[in-house]
Design a protein around this ligand. Sequence first.
Ligand code: GLA
Length: 726
Amino acid sequence: MISFDKASHIVKLTNGSIDYVVYINTEGYPETIYFGKAMRDFNPETMRTAPKWHDETHVYDPKTGSERWFADGFKQNVAPLELSPHARRDKRGAPIICMRENGSFATDFLYVSHRIFNGTEPLVGLPSAHGDNCSTVEFLFRERTRELYVKHRITIFDDCDVVVKNYTIINKTGLNVTLSRAMSMQLDLPRNNYALTHFSGRWAAERNAVTNKLVDGVQEVSSNLGATSAEENTFAYLSELGATYTHGEVIGFNLVYSGNFKLRTYSDMLGGTHITYGINDEDFSWVLADGDSFVTPQAVVCYSSDGIDGMSRNMHDFVRNHIVTYRHDREYKPVLFNSWEGCYFTFTTDSIISYIDDAAKIGAELFVLDDGWFGRRNDDRDGLGDWYINTDKIDLGKVIAHCHAKGMKFGIWFEPEMINFTSDLFKAHPDYALREGNEDVFLGRHQMHLDMTRDDVVDNIYNQMIAVLDRYDVDYLKWDYNRRVYEHYSGHLGAERQGEVYHRLTLGYYKLLGRIAARYPDMMIEGCAGGGARFDLGTLCYCPQIWTSDESNPARRCTINFNTSFGYPLCTMGTHVNDCKLFDYRAKGQFALFGTYGYEMNPNKLTAEEVAMLNETAELYKRYHKDVVENGDLYHIADPSDGEYYIMQCVSKDRATSLVLSMNLRCQKDRFRFVRLRGLDPDKRYKNSHDGKVYYGDYYMNVGLNCSQEWHQEFECQLFVLEEAE
Ligand code: GLA
């Protein structure tokens, strides 16, 4: 719900659990006077948090030849603002910079009006949050000296403690305007006793949690690799010092975007924190013609006073309810078998058919033919760009018919945004690759990036893809992306528009992905990027799940999954059992239950005992996944980075069923280990699958689940199912 109080100039967004309050001061600047737990009332007199002793803003006014004090006691450089000016008194870092005609950097937006409406409106050209159970305020600001406007939207959701914010810059100046920074939001907090946790990594080791106390000055979390990356994820959070999984204030941030991003925190010398988030301004500029608008991606801000997990569960509900658009999301997801690690590029029609047969024996319901079915793709040096079936290698029609005859679904791999220089496409269109004239082009996995800023390139790949997808009955598509953007130069755009390349590449990705998703609304698309390098909310708008990492060994994957799940629900995290030798198949299966379960190995080589183990876990997946994991609540119990145990717990929304997974990482032989559970109904009685005993929820949450046993093996997994007793 959003209200405006004319007398006090206050716009209050609330969902009953959190409030976001904006005061429009007499000078025309919107001050964020409160963001936090829902409160009783707001009074600008008492809520404005700029330090009392600090100078109020005053200017020399050449029109009167005298000094003028800003009205309303406004202190421009320290007041918490929704949109800081640039090249004025406030030097904390403006989210938007667009030069004036005379070359001045000054950019200073002032309030004109606002409107409040139910729901939210989609962003033009960009994915965004959707839903009816939310309300939006849209402020209109005008730049002090010209007909340049900003529409600033803030949406609050009823079912999760999240607001989304973005700016749209509208040029009505009659001239071209060049934007040199166009971020999505700012948030000023009147305190700085926070730590910033962000998720950096590399290939096969994505999303290590890194926590640093905010210190005076700037910290930055960003990517300049052309996409959200393995190196940094778009999700990060601030936690009050001393916050735990269950206590303390935690504010989560994310961006509905898949390109270069920058989250910047500036902890000022007066005890405040100034946060800006949006498109990375490195090598960014945008020529905005008269009459045009620039839409910035949506920034997501999530609030909890119940610790890291409170924030995390809010993010999960937000992603499930307002980001993912796939029409069959929240339904049961089939057990997936992927061919990649079993046979890589080496297969025949018969070998794939035998894979399908053996995959069915371990409960697979969806068979995915990964890389290698198209062009001259027998290794990773050729084929990208040539999306026609390699009929010498595979009879796709026969494979699909076999799959469907067995009652299984069929899926296929594409890497649409890439090109090999050996491909037919490159021979026909060497200008389709992103490159600068005849300069060297850096290769990544032998491939180049397509110039996705060009509509004709997007059309070409789209037409090739639909030629396959229209002809064959494909139920699932894996959309891969195995390199980054190095040279961000497009021969197609003029010199003055090279600062637009990165963002236009991301828009090209959304154009192609959006068209494919719209044409085949029942086909599930899984995102992938050399593992989990493009794990972001922009991708999730089209792809209900994303391959989380090429590392499937649970001893290492547990950290990746644990950390990914702070910002993203488990149902979005593709997790497969592979043939890593450290664990037996039962343990690997139990581990994969805490994600979207799948397989990736040579199924012809499985022993009868292994087949039995995998069927056991596939059955558990079929029985519990949808209610407990896909749609339930997640509790992080023990962090594998601490080196001893990895423990996660999922509870169904009706609190009738809970799954607990404990993995012993260091051969701890605790004979007396009671793990305190969370999120159960204290008054419900639960029977646990471990000792068959029945206790009240409060017993499990206060005394704990008795996990002790005679001997714990290193890397041993224990799965506990708790079900409400009659
Ligand atoms: C990437 C993906 C893998 C697989 C290969 C195929 O590395 O992450 O899962 O699809 O590409 O080349």
